[in-house]
Every structure is written in structure tokens, then in C-alpha cells.
Design a protein around this ligand. Structure first.
Ligand code: SAM
Length: 283
């Protein structure tokens, strides 16, 4: 286990705003002002934030295409005793953003890694979504390709915790359609768009209502999105034992009868079991 008591420099992982530039902590401004170097996902983008807070600390690029070389360089600087801050374009670095390699490498070299907490779109959306927030699952971006996206969603079909996805304007409609195909049109959800920005919108309703709302207005499909989907209610879940019984009965009975008998044995809803049987057959 790495011991973080004897260190050279320090690496600060600094959260920055997700839109509204006022959403930055005093401590983040202080750290960004006093470190020797800021490693930024996009130096031009971060310069705007630094200008607003009259921070003149030098910047270096750290993004997915130069992570490997930059990690080596930054680790050497940290070993020499330099203090480095890592920022991404928006929100918390490493949350669907670069930085994992650098943070791991710092721990491996026994360099102190300090989080400077602040914005994160997933948490901001969850705090206002009106969905269960005691337990949730952050899924980041869904795969771009339809088959892989559907596959990922199917793996989450029986998840009872609130699901959180990041999505871009290009794919929001496709992802909503696929979410409807897997979770059903009536699943309660919230779509948080452009949080902290001028066109901030929170749509809460069934997946189908959210889809209709987007279809009704081109502007509602623009910007950045967090999609939150209520977890499956426990009484709607088909457990492993039910699936096992259904599997055995399906081998000898037509699907409807197999679902009927399985429901009588397990007490789980017939329709749900029938639907599971069909899904299994289609696979
Ligand atoms: N590191 C960031 C964080 O802590 O939230 C996330 C970076 S990820 C590359 C960008 C995605 O986050 C966007 O495509 C969108 O899904 C979500 N996002 C970022 N800012 C947002 C905002 N202001 N409103 C809604 N979603 C946002």
C-alpha cells in the first residue's frame, strides 16, 4: 500500500465549473493560483477560466492523445518537488474525463494526490432530478453504436438503483429510444440539460414524455445532457430462481403456459415473466 506521508510535490485534482464560471470554490482558485503548473485537457478552454480569476499560472496540455508522455513529464516534475493541478474542460477530472493514468502513476510514486472538490454534472443533475438518490449508478457515456448501446442497457434492465448517463446532443434521441426499448416507455426519468447555463432545463416524466418533449422543439435537443432513469421497482424484478424455473418449463411448454406456471410457483407477475421468456428466446 502506498504511504502518502513522505512526498516531494503534490498533485491537486481540481474541479472546475460545468457552465457558469461562478461555480468554482475559493480553494480551487487559491490552488490554481499557487501551483507551479496546471495540466489542462484543453489549454485554450481553461485559459478563459484563468483569465476570469486573473490566474497567471503556466498551462500544459494533458488530454487523451498525449496522456502517456505527459504523465511521465508531470511525474518527473512532481518528483522534483513541483506542485501540479489537473483540470478538465468542465467539472471533475477523471469523471468521463482524462486523468486516471496520471493519478495512478502519482500514487505508485508515493506522491500526494489531493482532490479539490466542486462541480460534477452527474451529481448536480441527481441533486435536482427528483429520483431516488440514496443509491445510484453512474454509467458515463453509453456506447455510440446501437447494438453495443442496447446491450449495455439490457445489462442494466433489472438495476434497482437510479441510473445516470452522460449524453451529447448528437445521440440523445437515439439513446432515449433505446432506453424506451429496454426500460419501457413508462419508466420515470429526468433529463437535465445545460445545467448552470442560460438554457438550463430539467424534464421529469416518463421516458416517453421526455421523448415527446424533445421531438416538439428542436432547441430542446441542443446542448449537454444528463439522463437519469429510475431503477426498476423491486416487485418488477425477475429473480434468478424465477428465470431458472422459466427456463425448465419453456423447454416443455409453450411460452404463455410456461410463464403462467412459473408465476404460480414463484408468485412473480405473469406478464413480466412472459416478457422475460420472450427476451430470452430472442437472444
Ligand atoms: N467531468 C465532467 C463532470 O464532472 O461532470 C464530465 C465531462 S464529460 C466529457 C461531458 C459530459 O458531461 C457532457 O456530454 C454531458 O453529458 C455532461 N455535462 C457536462 N456539463 C454539463 C451541463 N452543464 N449540463 C448537462 N450535462 C453536462
Amino acid at each position: 500500500m502506498a504511504d502518502s506521508s513522505r512526498k516531494a510535490g503534490r498533485l491537486f485534482v481540481v474541479a472546475t465549473p460545468i457552465g457558469n464560471l461562478a461555480d468554482i470554490t475559493y480553494r480551487a482558485v487559491e490552488i490554481l493560483t499557487t501551483v507551479d503548473l496546471i495540466a489542462a485537457e484543453d489549454t485554450r478552454h481553461s485559459r478563459k477560466l484563468l483569465q476570469k480569476y486573473t490566474i497567471s499560472t503556466p498551462l500544459t496540455a494533458y488530454h487523451e492523445h498525449n496522456e502517456r508522455e505527459q504523465t511521465k513529464k508531470l511525474i518527473n516534475l512532481l518528483i522534483e518537488g513541483k506542485e501540479v493541478a489537473l483540470v478538465s474542460d468542465a467539472g471533475t477530472p477523471l469523471v468521463s474525463d482524462p486523468g486516471y493514468r496520471l493519478v495512478c502513476a502519482a500514487h505508485e510514486r508515493n506522491i500526494t494526490v489531493t482532490p479539490i472538490p466542486g462541480c460534477c454534472a452527474a451529481i448536480a443533475a441527481l441533486s435536482a432530478a427528483g429520483l431516488a438518490s440514496d443509491r445510484f449508478v453512474f454509467e458515463g457515456f453509453l456506447p455510440h453504436k446501437k447494438a453495443a448501446r442496447l446491450n449495455r442497457l439490457k445489462q442494466l434492465q433489472q438495476e434497482s438503483r437510479t441510473l445516470i448517463f452522460y449524453e451529447s446532443a448528437h445521440r440523445i434521441e437515439d439513446s432515449l429510444n433505446d432506453a424506451i426499448a429496454v426500460f419501457g416507455r413508462d419508466r420515470v426519468s429526468t433529463l437535465a440539460r445545460e445545467l448552470t447555463k442560460q438554457h438550463e432545463t430539467l424534464l421529469r416524466g416518463t421516458l416517453d414524455q421526455i421523448k415527446q418533449s424533445l421531438a416538439a422543439d428542436d432547441n430542446r435537443r441542443k446542448g449537454e445532457f444528463v439522463l437519469l432513469v429510475q431503477g426498476m421497482e423491486p416487485n418488477k424484478r425477475v429473480n434468478a430462481e424465477t428465470l431458472r424455473i422459466l427456463g425448465l418449463l419453456t423447454a416443455v411448454l409453450p411460452p404463455k403456459q410456461a410463464a403462467d406456471v412459473t408465476s404460480k410457483i414463484t408468485g412473480q407477475p405473469k406478464n413480466l415473466i412472459y416478457q422475460k421468456g420472450l427476451e430470452h428466446k430472442n437472444k
